[in-house]
Design a protein around this ligand. Structure first.
Ligand code: PAF
Length: 280
């Protein structure tokens, strides 16, 4: 069914109040559009846990640096609404810029902990402030019981989870496993940028993370297994930003035997930067 579109903050508030009045529990799926199977899975998982799902679409300028792809970020509202309807999203919030950043906007969320793990934050210094600020706003504006995030952006998931806990936001943050193409490539809105040859090569990131995870499970020192994965990827033509094993919750470097680990990678495949991660 076609989802109800809510284009202003007052529209959103009215609809959310109506859901509350009916005693419904609802989940929010925050997105920047360019909806793919990964987002659709977040909607379906939201519907498994709550009575209604609201998806938000807003390409957030505050999480892009000047040299990044804000202007060419893929936008397709009709296609997005069709896919979200197919997944079962009951409503879609497409706020006007002023609904998110009213004139004179001067507040942002300041972060440490997982936001300073030296992963995405090292290469995109403004990114998590932009993400955390808009996510805080979307959780407050929607008042959702649950917020659905993909594990694909693992550091983002950890940052948002920590923020919601630290600020006593009443929304429970839920992480959902990465949805992958048949060859293992993590679904991402940026995959559309890949040429045919780059697309074929892209699966190597997931493959090498799996080899490293297996080596760690077999007793290899995590930093050595990650370094080997980075070497292999470099040999296959990637430019590496990082391949590293971290504590799965804090994203700190491993320090305790037996702690739960996550392997994370970011690498350039031609002009496209890909990220991925897996549990060890
Ligand atoms: O993951 C994304 O698409 C964005 O970072 C988010 C969470 C929608 C915030 O703009």
């Amino acid at each position: 069914m076609k989802p109800k579109t809510l284009r202003t903050l007052p529209d959103l508030r009215r609809e959310m109040a109506a859901w509350r009045d009916k005693g419904l529990r609802y989940a929010v799926v925050p997105t920047m559009g360019a909806i793919h199977e990964g987002h659709m899975q977040l909607v379906r998982e939201g519907l498994r846990r709550a009575d209604r799902v609201i998806t938000t679409i807003f390409v957030n300028p505050k999480q892009f640096a000047a040299h990044e792809d804000l202007d060419k970020y893929p936008r397709d509202e009709p296609g997005d609404l069709l896919k979200l309807g197919k997944a079962g999203s009951n409503a879609v919030y497409l706020p006007r810029p002023d609904d998110i950043y009213p004139p004179g906007f001067s507040t942002s969320v300041s972060l440490t902990g997982p936001a300073r793990a030296g992963l995405e934050d090292r290469f995109r210094p403004h990114f998590f402030t932009g993400v955390a600020t808009i996510v805080a706003k979307l959780l407050v504006q929607t008042g959702a019981d649950l917020a659905m995030f993909g594990e694909k952006d693992y550091q983002q998931l950890r940052v948002v989870t920590r923020m919601a806990r630290d600020l006593d936001l009443p929304t429970e943050v839920i992480g959902i496993p990465t949805v992958r193409e048949d060859d293992g490539l993590a679904m991402s809105s940026r995959n559309v940028y890949l040429s045919f040859a780059e697309r074929r090569r892209a699966t190597a990131i997931f493959q090498n993370l799996n080899l490293a995870a297996e080596a760690i499970r077999n007793g290899r020192v995590p930093s050595q297994a990650a370094a080997q994965a980075a070497r292999r990827l470099r040999d296959q033509g990637f430019k590496i930003d990082y391949v590293t094993a971290r504590n799965a919750e804090t994203l700190a470097r491993p320090s305790i035997p037996g702690e739960r680990l996550r392997l994370l990678a970011a690498a350039w495949n031609g002009k496209t930067r890909l990220i991925d991660n897996i549990a060890v």
